[in-house]
Design a protein around this ligand. Structure first.
Ligand code: HAM
Length: 401
């Protein structure tokens, strides 16, 4: 038997229904904040991700579904959504219009990772990207919006925050860190040795306890921020405090993608296990310019759909619409025509098999129908239908008209 590929999942009811419920409610929330829908292709030129997510990241370095297509183009299934949205924003000259543009998107992403609980090779994200606003209020706004989404679904979480500095304060800090790392003779894991050479601040993301111990006395970016970055971060944290939003500053939060600067954040939920980040994001003020657009500050986040669905309970279905059943074969044509008429205004499920009343009532209950409509010999003869209101527990005979 042919099975789905490792790390790729089908979505069937009730999980698939939960996804639609999540989308519907989340879209309603982001629309309140002025976000509009954007859709970009699943396949992009590999160079887009190399330049934005970064060659030194694990995503680009090890996890891309990359191939050469029939036209000889080096292409890649998108490992994340931000890069494609930025490309589209520039390609459609939205960067030249000025003002603020806010987008949301959702759909599958692909990373060739080692699958485990909460980590798939094809997974879905719900993401937002805001362009053109450099105020720390936009950082607060986007964090509040994400918090509103998680609160709506009654998810418990911790908000982790950090500042990654900017092109002024990051390079001198990086040099200081490289000097510190240079003094460590051995003990760092293979990945950290590689990071030391390619993107040293990523060492803080290492989960290896030996590396974490070695990094304990390392210099921290939070203490090396320039005045403007320090101000941006303290204005943001003050605003969150003013609004009563609890947060934790996590100096190890460096994110796995290279385009970030200043604010970086993650919402983590202990109930998820090892892969505990339900959503993550941050500022990327230089990416639009770096990919060829006009300088445009930007910030965004993405929610891991599979992870959030684990923690959402689908509200119990309310009884709705009709269930149609026949007691004898001869009643089925009439039943079919009547059901079709009712379907113009209501949800209708219909059984094509003649069955006992008891069997139909059971099926109507399973279909969460409000009314069970039955036609048997008697109803056919009298041109009537038998209707039971399954909520009010009342029965009546109605004219079939
Ligand atoms: P990210 O942290 O790589 O950020 O992914 C965002 C979320 O996607 C994670 O917090 C996690 O919930 C989920 N996720 C990531 N990888 C997997 C996986 N293999 N299986 C299941 N879920 C996963 C980004 O992708 C950025 N583009 C977010 C962003 C938008 N930053 C600015 N704008």
């Amino acid at each position: 038997m042919i099975k789905a590929l490792r790390g790729m999942k089908d979505s069937l009811p009730p999980e698939s229904e939960k996804y639609l419920y999540f989308l519907e409610r989340t879209i309603a929330i982001v629309r309140k904040y002025g976000y509009e829908y954007i859709e970009t292709p699943l396949l992009e030129e590999t160079a887009l991700f190399k330049r934005s997510v970064g060659e030194s990241s694990d995503i680009v370095g090890k996890e891309m579904y990359q191939f050469v297509d029939k036209g000889g183009n080096d292409v890649c299934l998108r490992p994340e959504g931000t890069a494609g949205v930025v490309r589209s924003f520039i390609e459609h000259k939205r960067d030249r219009l000025g003002g603020v543009n806010r987008f949301f998107y959702y759909g599958p992403m692909f990373r060739y990772e080692r699958p485990q609980k909460g980590r798939l090779r094809q997974f879905r994200q719900f993401g937002v990207e805001s362009f053109g606003e450099e105020s720390f209020y936009e950082d607060a706004n986007i964090i509040l919006m994400l918090k509103e989404i998680l609160d709506f679904f009654s998810i418990s979480y911790t908000l982790k925050l950090n500042s990654l500095g900017c092109h002024e304060c990051l390079p001198p800090f990086r040099e200081e860190l490289v000097r510190f790392l240079g003094d460590i003779e051995d003990g760092l894991c293979e990945d950290c040795v590689r990071r030391k050479a390619t993107n040293p601040i990523r060492v803080f993301d290492c989960k290896n306890p030996a590396c974490q111990q070695l990094l304990e006395p390392a210099p921290r970016l939070g203490e090396a921020l320039c005045l403007a970055c320090d101000r941006h971060f303290s204005d943001l944290t003050k605003t969150l405090e003013h609004l009563g939003v609890p947060y934790e500053i996590d100096p190890n939060l460096v994110r796995g993608l290279d385009y970030y600067n200043r604010t970086a954040f993650e919402f983590v939920s202990e109930s998820l296990g090892a892969q505990n980040a339900v959503a993550g994001g941050g500022r990327y003020d230089r990416l639009v310019e770096f990919l060829g657009g006009r300088p445009t500050p930007a910030i965004g986040f993405a929610i891991g759909v599979e992870r959030i669905l684990e923690m959402i309970t689908l509200p119990s279905k309310e009884r709705e619409g009709y269930y149609f059943g026949a007691l004898c074969e001869e009643a089925i044509p009439t039943l079919f025509a009547r059901a079709q008429k009712e379907r113009q205004s209501d949800r209708v499920t219909i059984s094509y098999q003649a069955k006992s009343l008891k069997a139909h009532l059971k099926a109507a209950d399973k279909a969460a129908a409000r009314y069970c409509v039955i036609i048997g010999e008697e109803e056919l003869a009298n041109n009537t239908i038998w209707v039971k209101d399954l909520l009010q527990k009342r029965e009546e005979i109605r004219s079939a008209g």
